[in-house]
Ligand binder design. Sequence first.
Ligand code: HEM
Length: 444
Amino acid sequence: MSLEAIPRAKGRVPGLGHVPRLVRAPLRVLSSLHAEGPVLRLDIGTMPVVMVTSAETVGEVLVKKARSFRKGRLFERVRPLVGNGLANSDGSQHMRNRRLIQPMFYKERLEGYADVMNERARALADSWRDGQVVDVDRAMGAHAIETLAATLFSTDIGAPAVRAVQEDLPVILNSMLLRALAPKALDRLPVWRAFDRSAARMRSVIDDVITATRASDPEGRTDLLSLLLSARDDTGAGLTDEEVRDELTTMLFAGTETTASALAWALHHLSRLPDVEAALLAEIDESTGDGPVTLADVPRLPGITRVLDEVIRLHGVVSLMRRTNEAVTIGGYDIPAETEVLLSPYALHRHPGLYPDPDRFDPDRWLPERVAARPREHVVPFGAGNRKCIGDRFSWLEATITLATILRRWQLRPVPGSKPPREATAAMAHPTRMPMVVRRRGDG
Ligand code: HEM
């Protein structure tokens, strides 16, 4: 079996393949490829990659034929950096650890994390002054890291870890994708020194906090680290310290930039849609007033959920990768074993056949009757199947609490004359610099 029958995307340059076309405007190119077919061959240099572009072929890869796939090259490259946590592991190790960790994201647990999220959101809203200019992209980045770190570690033991994560994680996230894509031969370049230093420091601080938490009798505590240390599988075995470190690191990588980017884009779009913003304020006032936002309040804030769903449709995860375990047929095309496969939730969510006028921000796309009319396979912001995001409800809870807390106190508007943010390509299509003026609302 070979890849010859799969149509090649246009714009291939000998030796470089599709790299020049992709590098010039990655997001625009990825979201236009559906017009060339549901299954396409891209050449990344000399490496062939099969890209699936339709809801049906994406569904086959993520769900229907998921058994024929494992995580591919990208994950092999990041494994030495972030370890072998849920996002990186495969097969029986993934299945066992997913079963152990899933309950940490059940309703009862989320209710507990909501307390920390409310406290962090209030501290953020308290820290602003009337008329101040806030770099919203950075502020949301710092807030997401602080909030996740505060849920991961218990307050008494975890303070140094929270501080280290705040300092080192942004350094690592900034060059993570580049580092993973660069050939191994370049690993020793001096440009990676700051990255390597931060990665080593974060690892050692996390190791220390694991040791301290294990020694402090973690049973009965409700921070994520204590839960990881107390978890037991059917045979009574728990996770090793190394596994716990890898899972913590994975959560920090998977759960911060994503949530931060969604929050920053939400504040950007709301600043341009005062009617939508006013409707959200009325909704917040009616359901929670000035009080904390609980898990039970989330369904009573459907306007916020629609805004977040639309943000993640427009500015979501750019690419997911898999590798075939065996020969498999996708969209009628045969793909040989050991082939790298690429799909883009970002591109799928801008498919004009699935979302009319796809570049327009329109939270009403998520009104219940419109959601009911849309096949589930069209909506994959958190992936699908057995590798679906474990933190989806966690991040929407955090984002809802943060938005409600900020919006009822502050009105955010772009700094006059500042350029609107653009989409930068990383794990998510996250915003470039977003300076905004914050104004205290009413009686505050
Ligand atoms: C807006 C926020 C988020 C988005 C858009 C997002 C998106 C995703 C996507 C698309 C996947 C699937 C990856 C794949 O199929 O290869 C994933 C997996 C994962 N996410 Fe998230 N995520 C978000 C927040 C979070 C948070 C807050 C956490 C942790 C607290 C988290 C932890 C994970 C983990 C551990 C996995 C791997 C799951 C597995 O393979 O079993 N994510 N995420």
